[in-house]
Write a protein that binds this ligand. Structure first.
Ligand code: ZN
Length: 190
């Protein structure tokens, strides 16, 4: 849908794998294949624009820089109307090597417009992935409930247990938070 998937693939190309931050786009061949799948030629100049633009977009979505950080990539690009038997199309005009990178910025802008505030970094600070929240309540915080959501909930549960043990008077067994509390927390995330 409107480039959102492509945008998330790009933003999520720097995952943490087994505790180590990785860059799936550091590999020229892998990034080249990705670019070709998205209409590029995978050449060196195109890869350079893609890496640079991905880094800038990540910083913008994390709130580390403003959208003006993307200005260099879109400079001089324009969309022109073209009429055909199908009707009117807006055609992107920019050098071929910048086209996939500009496409990412346009996809980001579209998500900002159609789903304002819904593109965000995962709330797990050990995770470097991003998500677009499609939940009605706008409460999704994790890239994945199965991984980050459950891990953080388990950690918090453990911390609460330890705190409860610390508070418990000697000779008393620690209080079990009880099933009702577990249920209440499941609304957290998506
Ligand atoms: Zn995550």
């Amino acid at each position: 849908m409107s480039g959102e998937e492509t945008l998330l693939e790009a933003l999520n190309s720097t995952p943490v794998v087994d505790g180590v931050p990785c860059d799936l786009w550091r590999d020229d061949a892998a990034l080249g294949r990705w670019a070709v799948r998205h209409g590029g030629d995978g050449g060196p100049a195109e890869r350079e624009w893609l890496r640079r633009t991905r880094d800038a977009l990540q910083a913008v979505v994390r709130g580390e820089s403003g959208p003006e950080a993307l200005a260099a990539c879109v400079e001089g690009a324009r969309k022109v109307p073209r009429l055909s038997g199908e009707g009117l199309d807006w055609v992107l005009e920019v050098e071929a090597e910048r086209r996939p990178a500009v496409g990412l910025i346009l996809a980001w802008a579209r998500v900002q417009e159609e789903l304002p505030g819904r593109l965000r970094p995962c709330a797990n600070s050990d995770c470097r992935l991003f998500l677009v929240d499609h939940s009605r309540a706008n409460t999704a915080r994790w890239c994945s409930m199965r991984t980050c959501g459950n891990r953080l909930k388990a950690r918090r549960h453990h911390e609460r247990q330890r705190a409860a043990e610390g508070r418990a008077a000697p000779g008393h067994s620690r209080k079990d938070p009880g099933p009702a509390k577990h249920r209440a927390e499941e609304g957290d995330g998506h």
